[in-house]
Design a protein around this ligand. Structure first.
Ligand code: GAP
Length: 448
């Protein structure tokens, strides 16, 4: 059974071998902290985002979506406070020249070579680039370090075009960029990543109640998608670590093999952002409350999660090894809604019309699920290949299928098989997906 940190190495290697995640620009030696999602990774990533969008937008009548541009007017970042405050304290080692975040260090010497460190200085995390043909100060723009600001600057556009009444939210999924001083732990901290953010606008005075509700709601989302509750916890921020815009913030943390770390932060941003953008743009960013006849600046509760971090937690949590008939079986016990492939389709043997029948079933299932057809090697090896990438159901065509149009459906977690008529297959799989529960007999132990 894998133990941390061995488990991270196994997972990174599995991700590469099975087309989930590759190092960016690998043939040139790689680009530090940038990762590419392969054919299976991209499917899983889409499913994580879909599960989030489904929960926070489609299933609610008080939230709408937005897709704002990555490049924004540079004044956005002056107003938001990012130009002034979005920085980490950085130190350099005078001997080996390595660079560290001062607040990550436990003592005053270089953790690698023991050398003397420079004084800490603030390092702004925003990536700068130039817009247009001139490369001077007047053409500087930033790659957004959070998706949130695209929502704030569109507050009035969205509220008025959709005639929304408080409380309401605007949701967005998109890329964000931060020139992190110490990225690492695979996809956990990278310089380019995706965020899933809601800015939920409320009447001032109701903000603390909404903050509580969002913390509960978001915690439940991770549990419902299969994360073990004993590896999740809530951690309120101390006064000294609150972001410049927040009155309070609670992180949802997951116990990764490298320790407890943040998956998502749920912050009470007060009216900071709308007020600041109003001041800097000279435009009114407020809300007319018909009941009281007053104009108010709403408060904002912000659940802000990372797609890549959530995906990494789902992978880590799902990774399991067990010994079956003397051989180690690696299995990703992913929630079927997140599995890159939902159904594997296999002819038992490559003759007697079984491949043709299995191909027909594959075509029948394709509009409904992510399907993978495989006829190579023994059926046992094909099942193992599917287990390793978390495919929850395996449909096998055997000699009985050729007589009565029934197939076996193998369950990834229990490895048990049931016979199902082909015409009932779609409903059967859909039912199994929605009633899935994480198996009790999982073999991996909690590590610390
Ligand atoms: N708008 C608020 C905000 O951006 P944050 O805590 O800095 O808050 C929110 O980021 C989430 O974005 C984090 O909980 C994490 O999941 C993800 N995130 C932040 N920095 C990241 C990085 N360098 N690599 C991967 N994900 C990151």
């Amino acid at each position: 059974m894998a133990k941390a940190p061995e488990k991270m190495e196994k997972l990174v290697s599995l991700c590469k071998r099975r087309g989930i995640i590759f190092q960016s620009s690998e043939i040139y030696g790689g680009l530090a902290s940038c990762w590419d999602y392969g054919p299976l990774g991209v499917e899983m990533k889409r499913k994580v985002k879909e599960a989030w969008w489904q929960k926070v937008v489609r299933e609610r009548k008080d939230i709408v979506g937005l897709d704002a541009s990555i490049l924004m007017h540079p004044s956005v970042w002056e107003a938001s406070g990012h130009v002034e405050s979005f920085s980490d304290p950085m130190v350099d080692c005078k001997s080996c020249k390595r660079r560290f975040r001062a607040d990550d260090l436990e003592d005053e010497r270089c953790p690698v070579c023991g050398g003397e460190l420079t004084e800490a200085r603030q390092f702004n995390l925003m990536f700068k680039t130039f817009m247009g043909p001139l490369e001077d100060e007047s053409s500087v723009v930033y790659l957004r370090p959070e998706t949130a600001q695209g929502i704030f600057v569109n507050f009035v556009n969205v509220q008025q075009s959709m005639r929304l009444k408080l409380p309401f939210g605007i949701a967005q999924i998109g890329k964000a960029f931060r020139n992190e001083i110490t990225p690492g732990n695979f996809t956990f901290r990278t310089r380019e990543f995706e965020q899933m953010e809601v800015e939920y606008f409320v009447f001032p005075g109701t903000d603390e109640e909404w903050h509580r509700r969002w913390i509960e709601e978001r915690f439940k989302w991770y549990v419902d998608l299969g994360l073990r509750e004993d590896r999740l916890r809530l951690r309120p921020h101390g006064e000294d670590e609150l972001a410049h815009y927040a009155k309070s913030c609670v992180d949802i943390e997951y116990l990764f093999p490298f320790g407890w770390a943040e998956l998502e932060g749920i912050a009470n941003r007060t009216d900071y952002d709308l007020r600041r953008h109003s001041e800097y743009s000279g435009r009114r960013l407020d809300y007319y409350d018909e009941e009281s006849g007053k104009r108010i600046i709403p408060y904002v509760i912000e659940p802000s999660g990372g797609v890549d971090r959530a995906l990494l937690a789902f992978l880590v949590d799902a990774y399991d090894e067990e010994v079956v008939r003397g051989e180690t079986r690696v299995v990703l016990r992913l929630h079927p809604k997140l599995a890159p492939i939902t159904v594997g389709v296999f002819p038992l043997v490559k003759r007697e019309g079984m491949p043709e029948k299995a191909s027909e079933i594959e075509e029948m299932l394709r509009p409904h699920f992510n399907v993978f057809y495989d006829e190579k090697d023994s059926i046992g090896r094909r099942y193992r290949r599917m287990d390793e990438v978390g495919t929850p159901y395996g449909v096998t065509v055997d000699s009985q299928t050729m007589q009565d149009d029934t197939v076996t459906v193998r369950d990834r977690d229990s490895m048990e098989q049931e016979r199902v008529h082909i015409r009932e297959l779609v409903d059967y799989i859909e039912e199994r997906i929605s009633s899935w529960r994480r198996p009790e007999h999982i073999t991996e132990e909690v590590w610390t």
